[in-house]
Write a protein that binds this ligand. Structure first.
Ligand code: C2E
Ligand code: MG
Ligand code: MG
Length: 751
């Protein structure tokens, strides 16, 4: 601060305005005749002044403090001169503003030089003593007055010291409190004079960075050069925002480099203010927030990783995928791929060895998969037994397939779990990433490829393709159209004859109703849509419709003369599981008028496996209604012969795969099933008869009933009648017409 500025500041601090000055003079009882009185006697005092100044300096010279300041003779001469000037002014006035300023200025200089107030007062006391002596030398009580002066001035030094000391103590107390608070807050302080670029930082500020305050430079470079390069732009923006008035406070977290080169997370808080000169100063604190940041980091890590395998989880995958897709959009980017890995039959491991073993398998699988990756690739546990691999920077998709193959090979090695040795396998879907895709699409593509790999027999990888996508889309479209098929009357039944073949010309004993869906001008086969109907539960309503329609049609044929015609209808397991199935069926039979004995319900082995007791009860009830039961596709499932005894079955249908097989094993199995049926008292129907020799074989084996393309493909009701003789024979059954009399000859039906 310049001297003139300090003086102004001092006047402000003392509060020396005109009123204060007036009051001071009044307190001293200063009257209008005081100045002229002094002025007139000024000359008279001048000799005394001369003598006194010498004496004063001589007296002070006896004390170590003043003596140290008065060691330079030239300086002492200058001081004596200005002292004399001062006494002149003291007597002559004028006692104006200039006078006051002069006194304050001298006071400031003396204070700076180290002149203590007690020396001041001693000087004045000596001065008054000297002048008293000069003016009233002959007065008899001059010595007394001098003694009084000494006593009074002694008291004055005590009073001034008391005030001073008390003020100093208050100041020290507040400073100590401030210092304690600072230590307690553990924060560093900074004060930045922007216009002059002067940065003051506290000891603690520097300490946090393991630096000493003296080693730091003066300007803000000492601060900014230590900010982490990634964080610097953000800090500058935050400061600009505050300086620009856009934020009420600077509040910013960033990293600072410590002496050893590592980084410390700090929080800087601050405000800008204008100083009395209108210049900007920003000041605030710096807090060490590294502990909090570490906890935050741990939480962030925990939220993004799977606790079992330590691998990244779906949340992290989402972030990684977004980053990768952004990078792919940049020019010159190499390819990236996503692998969806799903363990085959993992549920079996969990169910048979327990979840703990299952967990161990997952950890080991994660480890093996990780070994197949390069640094920069990512392995994610997607959930359960599903893993996702993100491969970046690939030259071609062939590389991704190689990784997939490596993973399959790596998993194939036996895995030892305590006493157990397992071999796990996985199916993998491989999909290339397109920059234009979003994360959900990318995952969906890999998932679709995975589905394909599973369908193709597991323990392999499949690559995503447009065709896969198209097939999936068609499936989806079909499924949504399927929901409305019943209302739109798009279902139709075709009927396939079941013929008696043991007595010369085959005769029609029954028909199997087979469901078709007319959609978009196509006739869709049941395998394509029945699984979705079963999944959605819609099979219940559709199944009811099939039963009702088949019973109605067959009853109509019965009334037209085919009195003994049987109606076979396929059932889905979900239909059998309905509590009121028997009641509904009874309704349908009553409505159609079809005798229960004319109805055959076809069920498969897998249906029998499910929920045995409930199924058994339902089947018994059906049996007691008089309805007959056929076991469809016999031989293709678990073929537990126990079922044949346990369930109330009437008919076995030999699956067409055995009839079709020309090899000796197939024939042996067919022969065995026919024999088994006969000995258990069950009727046997051979399915899928297409060729003469198959029919010859069946006839040779005494199999009474057969169905297949040799007789007829499944046909709409109206067409079927034309294959058979219009009149029922003597046994009430239609005979198959000779080939040349039918429009659709049998030969044409052959594949
Ligand atoms: P399924 O009950 O075993 O029906 C016999 C299947 O064999 C029919 O296929 C039939 O067209 C076919 N087939 C008959 N003769 C021959 C032949 O000589 N050679 C060959 N290669 N195949 C022959 P479709 O109509 O495609 O039905 C397939 C399966 O769909 C049926 O097998 C049945 O399990 C199921 N299904 C059909 N309709 C219904 C229905 O209304 N409800 C339920 N739940 N399932 C049905
Ligand atoms: Mg069937
Ligand atoms: Mg079958």
């Amino acid at each position: 601060m310049k001297p003139e500025e300090s003086l102004q500041e001092l006047i402000g601090r003392i509060g020396l305005d005109a009123a204060e000055l007036r009051e001071r003079l009044r307190l001293l009882d200063w009257r209008h005749d005081d100045p002229p009185r002094l002025q007139q006697a000024a000359d008279e005092a001048s000799d005394a002044h001369q003598a006194f100044v010498d004496r004063l300096y001589e007296h002070l010279g006896h004390f170590p403090g003043p003596a140290a300041l008065l060691s330079d003779p030239a300086g002492v001469t200058r001081l004596k001169h200005s002292q004399l000037d001062y006494y002149q002014r003291l007597w002559r006035g004028p006692y104006d503003r200039d006078y006051v300023l002069g006194r304050l200025r001298i006071g400031l200089i003396h204070q700076l030089a180290g002149v203590e107030p007690k020396w001041y007062l001693a000087g004045y006391r000596l001065y008054l003593d000297a002048l008293h002596g000069a003016l009233f030398a002959e007065h008899p009580r001059a010595a007394l007055f001098a003694s009084l002066l000494k006593a009074v001035f002694f008291d004055m030094t005590l009073a001034i010291d008391t005030y001073g000391a008390a003020q100093r103590r208050a100041l020290e107390d507040s400073e100590a409190r401030f210092a304690r608070a600072l230590r307690g807050a553990n924060d560093g302080l900074w004060d930045w004079h922007l216009e002059h670029d002067r940065l003051y930082v506290s000891e603690r500020w520097a300490d946090m960075l393991e630096l000493s305050r003296d080693a730091l430079g003066e300007g803000c470079a000492a601060w900014f050069s230590r900010v982490h390069p990634d964080d610097l732009p953000g800090l500058r923006q935050a400061i600009d925002a505050h300086l620009g008035g856009r934020t009420a406070l600077l509040h910013h977290e960033y990293r600072m480099r410590r002496r050893r080169g590592d980084y410390l997370w700090v929080l800087a808080r601050g405000v800008v203010e204008l100083d009395p000169q209108g210049q900007r100063r920003m000041a605030g604190s710096q807090t060490d927030i590294s502990a909090r940041k570490a906890v935050e980091q741990q939480l962030k890590h925990a939220a993004r990783h799977d606790p079992l395998t330590g691998l990244a989880n779906r949340l992290r995958l989402d972030e990684l995928l977004q980053q990768t897709l952004q990078q792919l959009a940049k020019p010159g980017a190499r390819q990236a791929a996503l692998l969806f890995v799903d363990l085959d039959r993992f549920k079996l491991i969990n169910d048979s060895l327990g979840h703990q073993s299952g967990d161990q398998v997952l950890v080991e699988v994660g480890r093996r998969l990780q070994q197949c990756l390069r640094p920069g690739d990512h392995l994610i546990r997607f959930g359960g037994d599903e893993f996702v691999v993100l491969l970046t920077d690939l030259a071609s998709m062939g590389d991704a397939e190689q990784v997939a193959q490596r993973m399959l090979d790596g998993l194939h090695h036996p895995l030892h779990l305590g006493e157990n040795t397992l071999v796990v396998s996985a199916s993998i879907g491989v999909a290339g990433l397109r920059a234009s895709a979003d994360t959900a699409e990318a995952l969906q593509a890999a998932d679709l490829a995975l589905y394909r790999a599973k369908q193709a027999g597991k323990a392999q990888f499949a690559r995503y393709s447009q065709e896969l996508q198209a097939a999936a889309r068609r499936q989806l479209e079909l499924e949504s159209a399927l929901g409305q098929a019943l209302e739109r009357d798009e279902f139709v039944l075709h009927y396939q004859p079941i013929c008696q073949v043991d007595a010369g010309v085959p005769r029609l004993v029954g028909v199997e109703a087979l469901l078709r869906w007319r959609h978009d001008g196509e006739l869709i086969a049941p395998q394509e849509f029945i699984p979705s109907l079963e999944e959605s539960g819609e099979i219940l309503r559709v199944g009811d419709w099939v039963l009702r329609e088949a019973c109605r049609q067959v009853r109509a044929w019965q009334l037209a003369g085919q009195t003994r015609l049987r109606c076979a209808v396929n059932l889905s397991s979900r239909q059998l599981q309905q509590d009121d199935f028997v009641a509904r069926l009874t309704d349908i039979l009553m409505d159609s008028g079809l005798p229960p004995a004319s109805l055959v319900l076809e069920i498969t082995e897998s249906q029998l496996m499910r929920d045995c007791t409930a199924t058994l009860i339902a089947l018994r009830e059906l049996g007691s209604l008089g309805v007959r039961l056929a076991l469809d596709d016999f031989g293709t499932g678990y073929s537990s012969l126990g079922y044949l005894k346990r369930f109330p079955l009437h008919i076995l249908k030999v699956d067409k795969s055995f009839i079709d097989g020309a090899d000796t094993e197939s024939r042996a199995i067919s022969r065995a099933i026919i024999g088994l049926g006969r000995s258990l008292g069950l009727e046997v129907v051979a399915e899928g008869v297409e060729r003469d020799e198959q029919l010859d074989f069946l006839q040779h084996e005494d199999c009474r009933l057969a169905q297949g393309y040799w007789f007829s493909r499944p046909q709409p009701a109206a067409e079927l009648q034309r294959l058979f003789g219009g009149d029922a024979g003597e046994d009430g059954l239609w005979r198959l017409l000779p080939a040349d009399t039918t429009t659709h000859s049998r030969r044409e039906n052959h594949r």
